[in-house]
Design a protein around this ligand. Sequence first.
Ligand SMILES: Cc1cc2nc3c(=O)[nH]c(=O)nc-3n(C[C@H](O)[C@H](O)[C@H](O)COP(=O)(O)OP(=O)(O)OC[C@H]3O[C@@H](n4cnc5c(N)ncnc54)[C@H](O)[C@@H]3O)c2cc1C
Length: 292
Amino acid sequence: MDFLRPNTWADALAAKAGQPAAVPIAGGTDVMVELNFDHRRPPALLDLGGVAELADWSTVDGRVRIGAGMPYTRIITELGDTLPGLAMASRTVGSPQIRNRGTVGGNLGTASPAGDTHPALLAGDAVVEVASVRGTRMIPVAEFYLGVKRNALATDELVAAVHLAPADGPQQFAKVGTRNAMVIAVCAFGLSLFPSTGRVGAAIGSAAPTPRHATDAEEFIIGELADRWEQRKSLPDNVTRRFGELVATAAAPIDDVRGTAAYRTHALAVLARRTLAWAWQDYREGSWPACA
Ligand SMILES: Cc1cc2nc3c(=O)[nH]c(=O)nc-3n(C[C@H](O)[C@H](O)[C@H](O)COP(=O)(O)OP(=O)(O)OC[C@H]3O[C@@H](n4cnc5c(N)ncnc54)[C@H](O)[C@@H]3O)c2cc1C
């Protein structure tokens, strides 16, 4: 197996163009598992660890640009105030060791329906910056997931970064697992409130072939909140409950070793109802970002 270790982004793109079958490796927390279990035997590994610009974040046109190789630990410590939903999701990934190595770029590369960052990225309207020697494409994250572990990357493309606007209002992320840590999600839910535009982002994970928006629930709650934002009126239980039911209708889950489809559907409704109530309470009290 060839081992390619570029030191610049230009060299990384050239290497991927030259050997499209080369498998990129960032933190290696998915790739090494696949190699160790012999699920994959690529002709080459393309180690992105030497490309310094992938490992940092910056602000571009008022949005946060997170380099594909920036580990979760730094997202949590450096961006917890700015992107609370993504930071909450990052906190639930694996263990400290996995969070020190694992990256959003790797989560997107794997594109598992159970990847924890996806509901937060969808709810926050993230855009994925991908690049090749042919140029750069900006892909809305909802268009990035094509199927189970399939994404929109062409064979010569790499993920350069993810772009997200700083939180405009409270954000939430919640995940159900069979234990509290080191667990793949049975289901997960991300929520972003956008008080300045009256929008709400709601997205589910581990409950359909791809992570996806709960669009009916989004439309419903946008309508319900329309005359509540200004005076920060309370949200009745029947509204949060209906929101939960509509989030559950977005799911197309399966039965597997982690949980049944019926349990996933039920749990999503509960997660959505609870997180909406928490986020709205934070908004009413002006106490967001919630996880600062
Ligand atoms: C013990 C353990 C626990 C885990 N727990 C969780 C969890 O709780 N939640 C969760 O979501 N995940 C979990 N994972 C999976 C994994 O940690 C995450 O998916 C992580 O985000 C992968 O990031 P990485 O940098 O290690 O990716 P890598 O393993 O380096 O790469 C993953 C995939 O992305 C591709 N890739 C990497 N970087 C790029 C790039 N810049 N451009 C294009 N493709 C790229 C690789 O080719 C590969 O296909 C766990 C893994 C382990 C081993």
